[in-house]
Design a protein around this ligand. Structure first.
Ligand code: SDX
Length: 431
């Protein structure tokens, strides 16, 4: 916890209340209001937490005005270019880039936990074939609590470590099996001789009837997509994981809660919604119609993949994703992909429109990711499961940080009550 270096003073009903101010290593100062209700008898009011720091953290920093994203101080564009997902996982989990031997040990531990308990496949078979893969992931990840009892005691650091590795290692298998179940194809088991991204692609796209060769360019693009989605400060799903964990719930239940939250179209579900929107627009000449709809307050339509609670500049991940989209589509020989064409022209039209520039609405991580994933062969229903797979390390890292925080206590917000005051029950005969 940072030390208070100065105070703010709140004047209320003729009384003064000192609010300690803490300064971060970088970013805005915070006002400590923890004693406000006890001292002044008032709550603060912040629906959507637009101005609320809910915790300390040393994992990820976002500067929304600069469009900067740092993981343990390292900028996302450097990590996306020079690192790879499991190394970023190590960085997020343990705070430093690993040595060669540390990385080899970590990758070996993850690789050797990629299989699921054989009994878990019957969970998948309980779903309808047309179940959304996210519904399957929420169910199966929650069910891990019923299979891995030796890593559910959150007071045991070793069990926390095992649960962390299990979640990171098994999420690709769960996501791939959700896809295979959806297609009616047999499950494909992970292979220990493949890297993380190649393993996932093979579990998704190989079939017993023929050999499957992983395309190294697609594996690299897949790994980069995992890295770009790994963590993102206190976003809605991470905050869900933290709140669920604050009650002492086991890690698998908490991560399942995070997956459920991520599914929403305002959050991780935006990549699927964005590609469906680009398809609905269909051609550049329909872009003005959709821009007008997005600006119309009476129309609930929003440009999916645009805008962000924190970024009031370009999402740095969107920049990397846009470069990747060009590279991957060229390499796949998918020139002039109509959806990518619409996306680029939609971006240009929106960023030339004062409505978007004045409200600082820029493309976010979800705007280009779906185009790459579709070109790689994934159906739109798999876009958010891939986001969930990638974000598992972020959820787990933030969960571990919170459990280890001596200030950790159950999260229990209050409210501004606008309902009825006390009144007596009325018998039905008198209503
Ligand atoms: C992710 O938090 C994270 O870090 C999330 C994430 C992560 O990595 O975890 O980055 C991943 O969720 C990215 C965001 C994906 N969602 C979308 O692309 C859905 C479309 N975007 C919007 O729903 C919206 O921009 C949000 C939800 C992302 C942010 O909403 P805010 O911060 O609550 O902003 P707001 O709704 O108050 O909007 C401010 C204004 C409003 O207009 P006014 O009421 O001020 O007149 O901007 C408008 C909004 O109507 N607006 C949009 C818009 N987004 C906001 N108008 C048209 N199209 C949009 N996309």
């Amino acid at each position: 916890m940072a030390e208070s270096t100065k105070n703010a003073t709140l004047q209320l009903d003729g009384k003064s209340f000192d609010l300690p101010i803490y300064s971060p290593t970088v970013g805005p100062d915070v006002l400590d209001i923890r004693k406000l209700y006890a001292d002044a008898g008032v709550f603060t009011y912040d629906p959507g937490f637009t101005s609320t720091a809910a915790c300390d953290s040393t994992i990820t920093f976002i500067d929304g005005d600069k469009g900067e994203l740092l993981h343990r101080g390292y900028p996302i564009d450097q990590l996306a270019e020079k690192s790879h997902y499991l190394e970023v996982c190590y960085l997020l989990l343990y705070g430093e880039l690993p040595s060669a031997s540390e990385l080899e040990d970590f990758e070996s531990r993850v690789t050797n936990h990629t299989m699921l308990h054989e009994q878990m496949q019957y969970f998948f078979r309980g779903f309808r074939r047309d179940a959304h893969p996210m519904a399957i992931m929420v169910g199966v990840v929650g069910a891990m609590s019923a299979f891995y009892h030796d890593s559910t005691d959150i007071t045991d650091p070793w069990q926390r470590e095992v649960a962390s590795i299990r979640l990171i290692a098994k999420m690709p298998t769960i996501a791939a099996w959700a896809y295979k179940y959806h297609t009616g194809q047999p499950f494909v088991y992970p292979r220990n001789d493949l890297d993380y991204a190649s393993n996932f692609l093979r579990m998704c796209f190989s079939v017993p009837a023929e050999e499957y060769e992983v395309n190294p360019i697609l594996a690299r693009a897949m790994d980069r997509i995992f890295t770009l989605h790994a963590d993102h400060e206190q976003n809605a799903s991470t905050s869900t994981v933290r709140l669920a964990s604050s009650s002492g719930a086991n890690p698998f239940a908490c991560i399942a809660a995070g997956i459920a939250c991520l599914w929403g179209p305002a959050h991780g579900g935006a990549n699927q919604a964005c590609l469906e929107m680009l398809r609905e627009i269909g051609s550049p000449n329909r872009i003005p119609e959709f821009i007008e709809r997005a600006k119309d307050k009476n129309d609930p339509f929003r440009l999916m993949g645009f805008g962000h609670r924190v970024y009031k500049n370009f999402d740095p991940r969107a920049k990397v994703m846009k470069q990747s989209a060009d590279e991957v589509l060229d390499l796949l020989g998918v020139e002039n992909n109509p959806t990518l064409q619409v996306a680029k022209e939609l971006e240009a039209a929106a960023l030339a429109d004062p409505y978007f520039t004045e409200k600082k609405l820029f493309p976010n991580v979800d705007f280009y990711s779906g185009i790459i994933l579709e070109a790689m062969g994934f159906p739109t229903s798999m876009f958010t499961p891939i986001f969930a797979l990638s974000r598992t390390v972020g959820w787990v890292s933030q969960w571990k940080e919170m459990i280890g925080d001596p200030q950790n206590k159950i999260g229990r917000p209050r409210q501004l009550y606008l309902g009825e005051t006390l009144r007596d029950y009325v018998d039905i005969e008198k209503r």
